[in-house]
Write a protein that binds this ligand. Sequence first.
Ligand code: FAD
Length: 397
Amino acid sequence: MKALVDRKKCTLCEVCVDVCPFSAIIVGETTIEITDECTLCGMCVDTCEFGALSLPEVGAGPAADLGAYKGVWVFAEWREGTVHRVSHELLSTGRVLADKRGVPLAAVLLGHNLSEDSAKELVAFGADTVYVVDYPELAHFADDTYADVLVELVRAKKPEILLAGATSIGRSFIPRVAASLHTGLTADCTELDISADGLLLQTRPAFGGNVMATIICPNKRPQMATVRPKVMKPSKQPTHQGEVVPVSVPEACLKSRVEVLEVIPEKDQTAKLTEADAIVSGGRGLKKPENFALIEELAQLIKGAVGASRGAVEEGWIAPSHQVGQTGRTVSPSLYMAVGIAGAIQHLVGMQSSKVIVAVNKDPMAPIFDVATYGVVADLFEFIPAFIKKIKQERGD
Ligand SMILES: Cc1cc2nc3c(=O)[nH]c(=O)nc-3n(C[C@H](O)[C@H](O)[C@H](O)COP(=O)(O)OP(=O)(O)OC[C@H]3O[C@@H](n4cnc5c(N)ncnc54)[C@H](O)[C@@H]3O)c2cc1C
């Protein structure tokens, strides 16, 4: 599928040719032509002042009865006895959206032997209602059962918005839920808001992170979005009151084609990176792999984890599990030190919500300084060893 040209309206002004980021528009004999490179991004449509370009309807089908859907839902991710922190973050954001819209906020908790405390905690993070679906078949995550149960609940109770974490679990089954419900899904949102008429404004990086796109889902319900952990801030409201409602589902929803034989807990650096309160990250400015020893020494000294830019990972200086950014991990520690990292937008989206950001770069114009709380314009090979020495001196090491 590609953008459509109304040949009667095209004046061959060629403005769209320059605008297309994919070079998918060429000049024909009497009008422009769209090539197979077209991704339906719509930039040409917005630019054409003659209304000669449009996008084809993509599987739109009939619009949903929008008025029948009410409320904001958060899928509360439960793993081996604990609720993932992203669910608390999403409830806090969901609370703001629900209040703006004047509708209730609910959490949906799926699992087995779910403790009352887990459900009550979701209330403390803002849920008015916690729907608890507790079956032995839900003890371990499986795409098919989790998707079927969530689809069943959405069909029955019709929330207008459904949010989930862009975790390995969320990424795995939420697209299936959206497809079953014939609605849209925006993955990896970095910001969520709501318009006066109830449209969820779902902002995420697009075109390799070079622009931030705000996506809406005007004709289908629920409006679905996933958000990575640590992008949004959790905010506890201990006095908030809510109800816990056990829900039963038809047996057919619980039949899975997957058998879980064993669950092996994750023990790699990635987990440490996303949980760390302090992170020291190194970039291509380190010049060679041995120099990561400087980053490791500083990280150890401040009891932090080691992060990296994709530049450093691509050089093969450090494992991909350390990468911070759009295609790496999203982190939000109290202290993030970016050493020899330029600050490309794809790196920034993974760390800019850190509490304090310290950037060390010899180029005063490096974009990392735009988000830094403290900027050090210096050669890292002079500054970092001196900084390490100073910390050791202060501690009397
Ligand atoms: C689709 C896509 C996804 C991406 N995802 C990610 C991602 O998840 N994470 C990510 O990080 N990037 C990502 N990138 C890559 C990103 O665009 C940058 O290329 C990358 O972040 C650059 O890494 P860098 O800053 O280490 O390297 P460079 O851009 O080479 O910057 C090195 C910096 O070190 C400084 N420097 C050099 N020597 C010294 C010195 N002696 N002392 C102090 N400073 C010094 C330089 O001034 C420079 O600012 C992605 C790109 C694309 C297209």
